[in-house]
Design a protein around this ligand. Structure first.
Ligand code: SF4
Ligand code: SF4
Length: 212
C-alpha cells in the first residue's frame, strides 16, 4: 500500500512542475496542423473569375449531403468562370458537414479548398448554412468582379486549364436552347510554339507552379 501511495503522489508531484498544456482560448488560439480541415473557401483565379464550374461533383461526393450546388451557363457577355458553366448558387450546411474533405478531393478545378478556420457557431440553423457570397474568396488586388466578357478574358491570354484539358476560356463554350441543344461554340485561341505546333497560352499561376 505504501508503494501505491508513493507512486500516486509521485506522479502528482512531478506533474506540478510540467508546463501547463491548457490553452487560454479564446484569448489564445492554438496553431492547427498544416492539413487541418476547417471551413471551406471557393477560390478565384488572379483575374477575379471564379474557379467553380458548377459541376456538382463536390455535392455528389459529400457523404453527409451538406452541399447544394446549382450551375448555370456562362455567356459571351457574362462570364463568371472560365468553364462552360459556373455555380450560380452554392451552399454548405455546417450543421451536417463532418469536415472529411471528400468534396475537395472531388473538385476538378481546385475551386473548393479548406481553410484553418474552425470557429463556426451560430444562434440559428440559417446562420450555419453558408452561402456562395460567404464562401467566395475575396477579390484579388486589382481584379475585376465577375461577370467578365469573353472579349476581355481572351485579351488576357490565360490558359486556365492545362494538360489534356488545356483550353482557352471561351474554347468549347456553347449556348443551349431550351431543349438543351448546342447553339454555337467558340473558336480556340492558341499560340505558335514552333515546329508547326500550337498550344494554349499559359496562365501565370500555372507557370509559377510548374517552374516556367
Ligand atoms: S468536408 Fe465532407 S461532409 Fe463536409 S461538405 Fe465536404 S464532403 Fe461534405
Ligand atoms: S466546387 Fe468544384 S466540384 Fe463543386 S461544383 Fe464547383 S467546380 Fe464542381
Amino acid at each position: 500500500m505504501f508503494n501505491a501511495l508513493r507512486k500516486g503522489f509521485g506522479l502528482t508531484f512531478r506533474t506540478m512542475f510540467r508546463p501547463a498544456a491548457t490553452t487560454q482560448y479564446p484569448d489564445v488560439k492554438r496553431e492547427v496542423q498544416p492539413r487541418f480541415h476547417g471551413r471551406h473557401v471557393l477560390n478565384r483565379y488572379s483575374d477575379g473569375l471564379e474557379k467553380c464550374v458548377g459541376c456538382e461533383l463536390c455535392a455528389w461526393a459529400c457523404p453527409a449531403d451538406a452541399i447544394y450546388v446549382r450551375g448555370a451557363d456562362n455567356t459571351p457577355d457574362e462570364r463568371f468562370s472560365p468553364g462552360e458553366r459556373f455555380g450560380i448558387d452554392y451552399q454548405i450546411n455546417y450543421l451536417r458537414c463532418i469536415f472529411c474533405g471528400l468534396c475537395i478531393e472531388a473538385c476538378p478545378t481546385r475551386a473548393l479548398t479548406m481553410t484553418h478556420e474552425y470557429e463556426l457557431s451560430g444562434d440559428s440553423r440559417e446562420e450555419l448554412i453558408f452561402t456562395k457570397e460567404q464562401l467566395l474568396a475575396p477579390l484579388p488586388a486589382g481584379a475585376k468582379p465577375p461577370p467578365h466578357t469573353d472579349t476581355e478574358v481572351v485579351a488576357r491570354g490565360f490558359a486556365y486549364y492545362e494538360g489534356d484539358a488545356a483550353q482557352e476560356p471561351t474554347r468549347g463554350w456553347r449556348t443551349t436552347d431550351q431543349g438543351g441543344q448546342a447553339q454555337s461554340s467558340g473558336d480556340p485561341v492558341t499560340v505558335d510554339i514552333g515546329g508547326g505546333r500550337t498550344e494554349p497560352p499559359s496562365h501565370p499561376e500555372h507557370a509559377q507552379r510548374n517552374g516556367r
